[in-house]
Design a protein. Structure first.
Length: 343
C-alpha cells in the first residue's frame, strides 16, 4: 500500500517551520528575519508576492517579490490598501481572487500579512496556505518584536512591536500545541512537540501500514503500551518543568529500548504506545526496558526516579483483531501490571 502524500507534506511543512523558528531565534537584525520570512512564504506557501504591514505611528510596510526578496514599499504596493484595511480587525480575509490576508493577534491585529498567487487553487490548498501564512506571521512578528526591544529594527518597525510580540508569541504557542479540538487540519500533524515522537495520528499512520504488511506476510509483531508512573507527584512536588523532563526522559528511554524500525508514539499525557514488527517475543523488549531503567536510575542525574508500567501483547497474524484492538489489549495489560506493582 502506498502511503498518502498529504500527511508527509504536513510533516515536511512542520519540519520546515520548526527550522524557520530555530533560525529566527538566532536572527539579530530585521533584514535577516525578513529574509527568512520571505523565503518561507515562497517555499512553503508558494506566494508570488506578499506584503507585511505593521501597525505603528505610521504603518510600516515591507514587500516581498516572487523570489522572497524584501524591501520597504510604503503605500505604493498594490496589496497595501487591502492590508491596511485589515489592521485592527485581524482574522483571515480573502478580498480578491487568489489573494489572502491574515492578521495577529486574531482580534485587533497589530500586524497583517497579505499574499497573492497567480494560480487558481481548491479549498484544501487555500486552507493549507492559511495555516502556513498564520504560522509564518506569528513567528516573524515575535522575532521582530524581540529585535525591536533591543533597538535594532532600524526604522522598519515601531516601539509598539513589544505589545504585538507578546500577543504573537501566545498565538505561536497555541499553534505549537496543535490542539486537536481547534481544527481538523491542525490535527493532521504527526509529531508530538514535547518529545519529538509520533503523536496518536502519526502512530496509526505508520503502524497501520506495518500491521497490514505483517498480516499479509504472516509475520510476528507486537504492541507495547507504557505509562509513566507518578507524573502527577513529580508535577506537584518539583513543578511542571520537571514533569516535562520526566516525560522526555521516558520517551528517550523507550526509544533506546526499541529498534529503529519500531514505531513509537506519545499518545498524550504520560502514555506511550509502540508497534514492533517481527517481534515474536515482546518479553525481550521488556527486558531491555527494565535494564535501561535500572541504569538510568543508578546515574541519579535527576531529582526523581523514573518508573514505567508496561503492557505487551503479541499480534496474531491469522486473527481478525485490528491494530486498535491490540492497543487496547496492551493498555489493559499495562493497567494490570501497574495494579500488581502498587499492591
Amino acid at each position: 500500500m502506498i502511503p498518502s502524500t498529504k500527511p508527509m507534506r504536513e510533516v515536511q511543512q512542520l519540519q520546515a517551520l520548526l527550522g524557520m523558528a530555530r533560525e529566527l531565534i538566532q536572527a539579530d537584525d530585521a533584514p535577516a528575519a525578513l529574509a527568512l520570512a520571505g523565503r518561507a512564504m515562497i517555499e512553503l506557501a508558494g506566494a508570488d508576492s506578499a506584503l507585511l504591514l505593521v501597525r505603528g505611528e505610521a504603518s510600516e510596510s515591507v514587500g516581498f517579490d516572487h523570489t522572497g526578496m524584501s524591501r520597504g514599499v510604503g503605500g505604493n504596493h498594490r496589496l497595501y490598501p487591502l492590508a491596511l484595511e485589515r489592521l485592527g480587525s485581524g482574522g483571515t480575509f480573502m478580498p480578491a481572487a487568489r489573494t489572502m490576508i491574515v492578521g495577529v493577534p486574531t482580534r485587533e491585529a497589530m500586524a497583517v500579512l497579505a499574499a497573492h498567487w497567480q494560480d487558481e487553487a481548491g479549498p484544501a490548498t487555500w486552507d493549507e496556505r492559511r495555516r502556513v501564512l498564520e504560522t509564518i506571521l506569528a513567528l516573524s512578528a515575535a522575532t521582530l518584536g524581540r529585535i525591536a526591544m533591543l533597538g535594532s529594527l532600524e526604522g522598519l518597525v515601531s516601539v509598539q512591536y513589544e505589545q504585538m510580540a507578546d500577543s504573537a508569541r501566545l498565538h505561536a504557542d497555541e499553534l505549537a500545541r496543535r490542539d486537536q479540538a481547534e481544527s481538523e487540519t491542525r490535527a493532521l500533524s504527526l509529531t508530538d512537540v514535547l518529545t519529538g515522537l509520533n503523536n496518536r495520528r502519526g502512530f496509526f499512520t505508520q503502524a497501520e501500514h506495518l500491521f497490514r504488511l505483517a498480516r499479509r506476510k504472516r509475520e510476528a509483531c507486537a504492541v507495547i503500551y507504557a505509562d509513566v508512573d507518578e507524573l502527577k507527584l513529580v508535577n506537584d512536588r518539583l513543578g511542571h518543568e520537571a514533569g516535562d523532563h520526566l516525560i522526555q526522559d521516558a520517551a528517550a528511554l523507550l526509544r533506546e529500548s526499541l529498534r529503529g524500525t519500531d514505531v513509537l508514539a506519545r499518545l498524550g499525557g504520560d502514555e506511550f504506545v509502540a508497534f514492533a514488527l517481527d517481534e515474536s517475543q515482546p518479553g525481550a523488549i521488556l527486558t531491555r526496558l527494565q535494564d535501561n531503567l535500572r541504569a538510568f536510575n543508578l546515574m541519579q542525574e535527576r531529582p526523581y526516579r523514573l518508573s514505567i508500567s508496561i503492557g505487551a501483547v503479541r499480534c496474531d497474524p491469522d486473527g481478525e483483531a485490528t491494530l486498535l484492538d491490540y492497543v487496547q489489549q496492551a493498555d489493559r495489560a499495562m493497567y494490570l501490571h501497574k495494579r500488581r506493582c502498587l499492591h
